[in-house]
Design a binder for this molecule. Structure first.
Ligand SMILES: Nc1ncnc2c1ncn2[C@@H]1O[C@H](COP(=O)(O)OP(=O)(O)O)[C@@H](O)[C@H]1O
Ligand SMILES: [Mg+2]
Length: 242
């Protein structure tokens, strides 16, 4: 679904992403883990075309549609290509209601019946949001806002969802709910690139993962293998290796 080759990104003199390559298959959940400052957010923003100075090849190959190089497209066309970014810190419209936020997520979808169907399905699965449908998004708890941000992204019917630190600052019970939503999106066929500082969680839910260190991918493999890897355990899982 997604093929990234030699992605590079510079801020002034700082090289934040130093030529990385990775893939996400259709319906696959892939994690990108790494310490604070490793370049995870920069990578997602580059894929979402929010950083026009980024270079490299970012090929999207949706099922039954021609391949496109995202780097040739402006940011506002990504939604039409089926790419949805859920940024760090959520970014819901706090002065709009929960329902309005969800409807805005589908603003590009012309088929109103389809939008209504998606809305009903999501609200059925997310009773916390359903109960709060007419509340302003800014009045929700952090976890509920994260849930809303992901649900809003799903309203666009994405092929590829880019998630930046969805567990950040949330209580464990909310983290479980958020990850249920993420894995059910994957099960319905959405390809997902998950960025997490919580490496244990990311490795538990993903099939494969890439470890990013100072803008370079230093390790990659099946997530179950990486959970056992001494380097990963020492550096990212806080385990003491005898
Ligand atoms: N807007 C910016 N201007 C300059 N440097 C930045 C900017 N955003 C991030 N950086 C730097 O790029 C590097 C990677 O940051 P970031 O992608 O946010 O890492 P992560 O998400 O893994 O914590 C860091 O050294 C950070 O200080
Ligand atoms: Mg970040």
């Amino acid at each position: 679904m997604l093929e990234v080759r030699d992605l590079r990104l510079q801020y002034g003199g700082i090289q934040a992403v130093k030529g990385i390559s990775f893939d996400v298959a259709q319906g696959e959940l892939v994690a990108l883990i790494g310490a604070n400052g490793a370049g995870k957010t920069s990578t997602l923003k580059a894929l979402a075309r929010m950083l026009p100075q980024a270079t490299g090849k970012v090929c999207l190959n949706p099922a039954n549609q021609p391949a496109v190089d995202l780097m040739q497209l402006p940011a506002h066309e990504l939604i039409a290509q089926g790419v949805a970014l859920v940024p760090e810190g959520r970014g819901v419209f706090s002065r709009q209601t929960v329902l309005e936020n969800l409807q805005l997520g589908a603003f590009r979808v012309k088929d109103r019946q389809l939008v209504q169907q998606r809305l009903e399905d999501l609200l059925e699965r997310l009773p916390r949001l359903k109960e709060r449908a007419s509340q302003l998004a800014g009045t929700l708890s952090g976890g509920e806002q994260q849930m809303l941000a992901i649900a809003r992204a799903l309203m666009s019917g994405p092929q590829l969802m880019l998630l930046d630190e969805p567990s950040m600052g949330l209580a464990p019970i909310m983290v479980d709910r958020i990850f249920e939503l993420i894995t059910s999106a994957r099960d319905s066929g959405v390809s997902i690139l998950l960025v997490e500082q919580n490496a244990r969680l990311a490795l538990k839910v993903s099939r494969r993962a890439y470890v990013l260190e100072s803008g370079r991918i230093t390790l990659t493999g099946n997530s179950t293998d990486l959970l056992q890897d001494d380097r990963v355990r020492a550096a990212y899982l806080g385990e003491v290796i005898p």
